[in-house]
Design a protein around this ligand. Structure first.
Ligand code: GLN
Length: 382
């Protein structure tokens, strides 16, 4: 007889990104759902990986990540955020941002701990908290700007609050933390034992001249933070699954205890290539302008449809309201759009535990202009 499994995640299904991508493939729909670029990444970075492999860089590197890569990341952090993090003790290379988030939460959470999570929340946050026996304490972002109600946050803090989860630029809304948010956060965590996990994977994808309010900029916030990043988002290679976590030495020490028994060490040739490529600052500094053009191109095209945009200041994504088109639930409408109109998107309700439904869909604009044009041609029929 096969032994029975007691599920660690009894209510989890398949992620909405996988579900919508499978549906898009089945129906040959244009996939503006799952967040990945459909244009080619830079040949030069591909060539650097090739070179590293041919030079024989194909064995394990140090479990914390290739030293020279961590040094280049530290240089970048020092220039951008005036924080001199130590590459030997404060940076670890990870197989992607999601893994960095999982590892940080697993390193820090004990059963019964409470974690403040803002909704809509990226899909891995709540399951990872729950897998660790901790309790997500949900705080809704204020629709339609998805700003943070800090008074509400204060009310939700208890003696068991272990960590606050943040995400800027925010997925799925494209909202950013502002300087006022930082001040409110500083006041809340001051003289407490509360940790912060900040998902900053869209760090460079920021529009309209706005500033990235990284936890790395503020010593009083950084001293309690795990900050998670993604090379996939920065260099248009989401399938490489490469990222990193930055945290003060004592926090990183615990992070590495978990990491060494899970992934242990990441893909070597890719790390050699990234270390070399990171020397070219313009490659990441120009990203905001590049993606802003895409956001604006889709905005322009969408004027021909009945969809109404909500503001997006960063990330790959923009939410659009379909209130004037249909009363269907976000999920039903997203499925019907994929099947009948050939355009896949992501229902924002998938980012809420209670499935809150504001009649908005998330569109990924990190696509070729021709892809965006074809998608909008199809949406105009609605
Ligand atoms: N981060 C991507 C998104 O938001 C999806 C990654 C995944 O499929 N897990 O679309």
């Amino acid at each position: 007889m096969q032994p029975a499994i007691t599920s660690k995640l009894p209510t989890a299904g398949i992620t909405i990104f996988t579900e919508m991508s499978v549906l898009a493939n089945e129906h040959k729909a244009i996939n503006l759902g799952q967040g990945f670029p459909d244009f080619l990444m830079d040949d030069q970075l591909v060539a650097l990986v090739n070179e590293a492999m041919q030079q024989g860089h194909n064995q394990y590197v140090h479990m914390n990540g290739l030293k020279v890569l961590r040094e280049r990341i530290a240089e970048k952090i020092s220039t951008l955020y005036t924080n001199n993090v130590r590459p030997d003790t404060e940076i670890t290379i990870t197989p992607g941002g999601t893994y960095a988030i999982y590892t940080a939460l697993t390193a820090i959470l004990q059963p019964g701990d409470e974690v403040i999570v803002f909704e809509p929340a990226y899909d891995c946050y709540i399951p990872t908290i729950e897998m660790n026996g901790a309790i997500p304490v949900l705080v809704p972002l204020v629709y339609p700007n998805y700003s943070i109600d800090w008074d509400l946050v204060k009310q939700k803090i208890t003696t068991r609050t272990k960590l606050i989860m943040l995400n800027t630029p925010h997925n799925p809304t494209g909202a950013l933390l502002s300087t006022n948010d930082i001040i409110a956060l500083q006041n809340i965590v001051k003289n407490t034992g509360i940790f912060i996990l900040c998902d900053e994977v869209y760090e460079h994808l920021i529009f309209d001249g706005k500033k990235h309010e990284s936890m790395l900029r503020y010593p009083d916030l950084y001293e309690r933070s795990f900050v998670c990043f993604s090379f996939g988002k920065v260099y248009h290679c989401t399938g490489w699954k490469m990222g990193y976590c930055v945290a003060p030495t004592a926090l990183m020490k615990e992070f590495r205890k978990i990491h060494q028994f899970n992934c242990f060490s990441c893909n070597s040739p890719v790390q050699y290539a990234l270390a070399e490529y990171l020397k070219q600052k313009d490659k990441y500094l120009q990203l905001g302008t590049f993606l802003q053009q895409k956001r604006d191109y889709l905005l322009q095209l969408m004027k021909q449809t009945k969809f109404k945009p909500l503001p997006s200041y960063g990330s790959y994504f923009q939410l659009y309201s379909y209130k004037s088109i249909s009363h269907e639930s976000e999920k039903d409408f997203a499925v019907r759009l994929t099947k009948e109109y050939g355009v896949a998107t992501i229902p924002a309700s998938a980012f809420y535990k209670n499935g809150q439904d504001n009649k908005v869909l998330r569109f990924c604009f990190a696509k070729k202009e021709s892809t965006l044009e074809e998608a909008v041609n199809r949406l105009m029929k609605l």
